[in-house]
Design a protein around this ligand. Sequence first.
Ligand SMILES: [Mn+2]
Length: 250
Amino acid sequence: MTYILVTNDDGVNAPGIFALAQAMRQLGTVQVIAPSKNQSATGHKKTLFQDILVGKAIWPDGTEAITIDSSPADCIALAALGLVAWPPHLVVSGINRGGNMGQDITYSGTVTAALEAAIQGVPAIAVSVADREATEPAAYTAAAEAAVHVARRVLEKGLPPFTVLNLNLPAGNDIKGIRLTRQGVRIYTDEMERKGDVVRIVGPEPGGKFEEEGTDLWAVHNGYASLTPLHLDLTAHRFLADLAAWDITL
Ligand SMILES: [Mn+2]
């Protein structure tokens, strides 16, 4: 029996993870292990030598989800350490409320949960909808079905070591098709709000260089699902030769 672990970063009660877990049951048994509250943009946070509270949430459909009072990466790390049955055949993270494209990926708890699975040797997919207004499970229907299509292939074919798939969907349930893409370039328009010693970073959903055909941002901006393979090796391989020419010696 195929066994799939589902997590997210929006928290166990977010509509996206409910839609994702429901859809993944088409492929096998699903275990949900998710942050107890919203952990968006917490990045690849691992909690060491600190207490972490474990709990349980019961969804309206009867699903018993394990909750972790910490990051999405901690959910997967703890799963791999035996908090739930391990290893699954697949880890799926999402469906995130808001796209995870361009430089979003190292901020993203959705993507870093998938990267943690890759570190633990399990194939993983991160799934996001580029719509911050998606507040109902129905807004995730098409994304969940797209995730099932991709997951079915990953279960057949596997993934290379330290590689995950990053799936992003446009808003709405009318998707033109899927494009294999590379990571694009986000243009953030964050602002700082300040009240005395208290500051906040705020900003709208960032745009990007949509004219760069072949990128994740381009595909989603043009109504396509975007599927990008990501690798944990962040070495700037193309810069290595130039760096050698600096002739650094000690
Ligand atoms: Mn999120």
